[in-house]
Design a binder for this molecule. Structure first.
Ligand code: NOJ
Length: 750
């Protein structure tokens, strides 16, 4: 049985959890108060820089303490028979305190879309919309709010480090973790993730960015070797990390399970030192994904700072073996000191030493729900609205059929380590304890009820959608139909196809044939195929919408709030439009064997990322002259907009353009700016270089300024190890999506 399965089974049971935190509370009490600054502890002087404070601590550490800081324990402690570490808070990772110096323990918890594992401690955690959904807002402030909800609730549960922050770009939309990431474009993904991390760290909780790098599929994630050239790597996945790190200044970077160009990511000197430290200038620490460390000396020398967690048998690479390697001179003491320095400076920088977590805090579920709903309203994308069926008129609509996807009781969430426990248990399948690994968990935000509340005079009827004929019969007798379709995604399990599972295409076709006023609401991890797209009147991509999802959806469907979001990922027409017709390594046999287990296949294989190179997502479609179903950056609103007057600064670093609201309702438009580089770049696609949101009253026009990202206008010069702007003419295009850029201007780099 693999580690994932062992943990999955364990996490299913709610054993042993009542005793949580007792020892941990003692640790908190043993620590000095935040203001404590004495001659004996000069590092508590908040006027000093985080680096200086960390240096002062490192000088005091014994070798044993230096080793203690660079590895920890985690989920393995939940395995019956394994010791429960003193002070552990039941999170995914734990490094004990150095109480004699006033350095608190590091309490890490998974928190990609909300705090994981709340049910263990009989607690509540807010489920936010999936990260890819939040990215659809193109709104850095929404990302900041998202991160602050996570930081606030981590802190209230006694954690001081988030291990969320997924930014791997969507090279492979069938990736089971697409919902945890921020889309296919490096500028959008980096900007949103960086601001999310700022939000987390605004709560004095350390943030993290992951999975570094090229962990763009789950199939065989511990065994595959991602092959990609330097320039393509820098201009795609690594650029998203670079932008995210620049903006967010996270405490941690989590290195991934896979190999990159033949070397495991967590012992890869090119990734961890050359790119991360020298090129990007990352100052924090690198923590291995759980079980992603493969060596002692090679990892320490390559730039890994923390092994997480100790292996099941209690052995670890960064425990006694690292101590011995230091004693025998295989790893210089200076290297170990630098590892500790990076961990401690991150703790000081985020404020976790000066603001120790209080175990007595509580979460405010109502505040969390309101925040989640607001973000959801900005994340749902209106993809089709024929004959202006939407917004629904609550006063005149007489009957509404709600079909499928347990929409009577709740909304779907994504699984794996991003799984948040639903309050009251799984709304579609209640049972005691936390969520089981692999189970499709529904949160009690009922679309049926939210629609009924909006249209109290209408007859609103639910059909489970399990029998297309019965659903079609209900549809035929209803004025409007809202059919929910779903695709459950989770860590460790890619989908073999983007087609909707479980016969849902047939259900939608049957319903659409019965009623022309059919709206499809998608609760999916990312893009899906829609062979029925032309047969339905409306399509809404709701992602996994979170605990405020049903309310947000109803507010949008009835027009209390306008749709403003745009797609952060391209929606293809078919799997074979993707660079890889199948997920590499995901044969039908592997899919059947894998179930919820990312460790399959277990032999090494190559994933050739050079095939698309930096041409990920919309860039691939443009390069290959393919027309997608819905392009990157596309999304409708209840109003319409016109673009005019593009001006680009002579240095190409900013642009201005005018957006006019040409419709009858107020709305918020996302304006997108793209660049085509000089021909010497050798590219046959454009790159997004800037975007902004603008809110407009009916008839109103505004001139908006858009900052254009220098790195996105540059190519990576592999000789200079630097981004450079090529001399020549740059064409700047602007408009409402990657496929609709009516404005054009140029600038020249001499
Ligand atoms: C493995 C996952 O890849 C990672 O994202 C997660 O943070 C750790 N497990 C801890 O649960």
């Amino acid at each position: 049985m693999s580690m994932t399965r062992v943990l999955g089974t364990m996490l299913a049971s709610s054993m042993l959890l009542a005793v949580a935190g007792a020892a941990w509370a003692e640790e908190a009490e043993a620590l000095p108060p935040a203001s404590s600054s004495s001659a004996a502890r000069p590092w508590m002087n908040t006027a000093l820089s985080p680096d200086t404070r960390a240096e002062l601590v490192v000088k005091q550490l014994t070798l044993a303490e230096k080793i203690q800081l660079v590895h920890g324990t985690g989920w393995a402690s939940l395995i019956p028979g394994n010791p429960i570490p003193e002070g552990w808070n039941y999170g995914a990772g734990y490094v004990p305190a150095i109480a004699r110096l006033g350095i608190p323990g590091i309490h890490m918890d998974d928190s990609a879309v909300g705090v994981r594992g709340a049910a263990y401690l009989s607690r509540y955690a807010t489920l936010l919309p999936s990260t890819v959904g939040a990215a659809a807002s193109f709104d850095p402030q929404a990302a900041f709010l998202y991160g602050s909800v996570i930081g606030r609730e981590l802190r209230a549960q006694g954690f001081n480090m988030s291990i969320g922050g997924g930014v791997d770009i969507t090279r492979e939309p069938r990736n089971g973790r697409t919902f945890e990431y921020a889309g296919e474009d490096p500028l959008l993904a980096g900007t949103m993730t960086g601001n999310l991390i700022r939000g987390v760290q605004s709560q004095h909780v350390m943030g993290d960015i992951k999975h570094y790098a090229f962990n763009d599929q789950e199939t065989g994630r511990s065994y595959y070797n991602a092959v990609i050239g330097d320039r393509a790597a820098q201009e795609s996945d690594l650029l998203a990390f670079r932008i995210g790190i620049d903006i967010g200044q996270p405490a941690g970077v989590m290195c991934s399970y896979n190999q990159v160009n033949g070397v495991y990511a967590c012992e890869n000197p090119w990734l961890l030192t050359r790119v991360l430290r020298k090129d990007i200038g990352f100052k924090g620490f690198v923590v291995s994904d759980w079980g992603g460390t493969h060596s002692t000396v090679a990892s320490a020398l390559a730039g890994l700072d923390m092994e997480m967690p100790s292996s099941l048998d209690g052995k670890s690479y960064f425990g006694t073996p690292l101590q011995q390697a230091v004693e025998h001179g295989q790893v210089p003491m200076a290297t170990l000191d630098a590892m500790d320095q990076r961990i401690l400076r991150s703790m000081f920088a985020a404020g976790v030493v000066d603001h120790p977590v209080e175990p007595r805090d509580v979460i405010d579920p109502f505040e969390g729900r309101d925040d989640a709903r607001r973000i959801a309203e900005q994340s749902m994308v209106l993809l089709r609205n024929q004959r202006q069926l939407l917004p629904l008129d609550a006063k005149s609509v007489q009957s509404i059929a709600i079909i499928g996807a347990h929409a009577d009781v709740g909304v779907l969430s994504g699984g794996g380590s991003a799984q948040v426990d639903a309050p009251g248990g799984n709304a579609a399948d209640p049972h005691t304890g936390g969520a089981k690994w692999g189970e499709a968990v529904y949160f009690p935000s009922s679309p049926l009820r939210a629609v009924r509340r909006h249209a109290p005079d209408a007859k609103v009827t639910f059909d489970p959608g399990t029998d297309p004929a019965a659903a079609a019969a209900l549809a035929r007798n209803s004025q409007v139909v809202i059919v929910f379709a779903q695709q459950h995604m989770l860590e460790g399990m890619d989908r073999p196809t983007l087609a909707l599972p479980d016969g849902q295409d047939a259900l939608i076709e049957a319903v659409a044939a019965a009623n022309p006023h059919t709206v499809v609401v998608l609760e999916t991890g990312g893009p899906v195929l829609m062979p029925w797209a032309d047969q339905v009147a409306g399509i809404v991509e709701a992602w996994y919408p979170g605990i405020g999802g049903a309310q947000a959806l109803a507010n949008l469907l009835f027009g209390d709030v306008d749709f403003s979001a745009k797609l952060p990922v391209t929606f293809p027409r078919s799997d074979d439009q993707l660079p890889y017709p199948q997920v590499t390594g995901l044969t039908p046999a592997v899919f059947a064997a894998a179930k919820t287990d990312a460790q399959v296949p277990t032999a090494q294989f190559t994933v050739n990322y050079d095939k698309a190179g930096a041409a990920v997502g919309y860039k691939w479609f443009e390069q290959q002259h393919l027309a997608p179903l819905f392009p990157f950056g596309f999304g409708l609103s209840y109003t319409t907009y016109a673009y005019s007057g593009l001006n680009v600064a002579a240095d190409g670093k900013s642009a201005s353009l005018t957006v006019r609201n040409t419709g009858k309702r107020a709305g918020t438009e996302i304006a997108e700016v793209y660049a085509v580089l000089p021909s010497a770049a050798g590219e046959s696609y454009k790159r997004m270089v800037g975007f902004t949101r603008v809110t407009l009253a009916p008839g109103e026009a505004k001139s908006v300024a858009v900052a254009l990202n220098d790195l996105c206008e540059s190519i990576y010069d592999t000789g200079k190890h630097a981004f450079v702007r090529l001399p020549g003419t740059y064409t700047i295009l602007a408009g409402s999506s990657s496929a609709d850029t009516p404005l054009k201007a140029t600038f020249r780099v001499p």
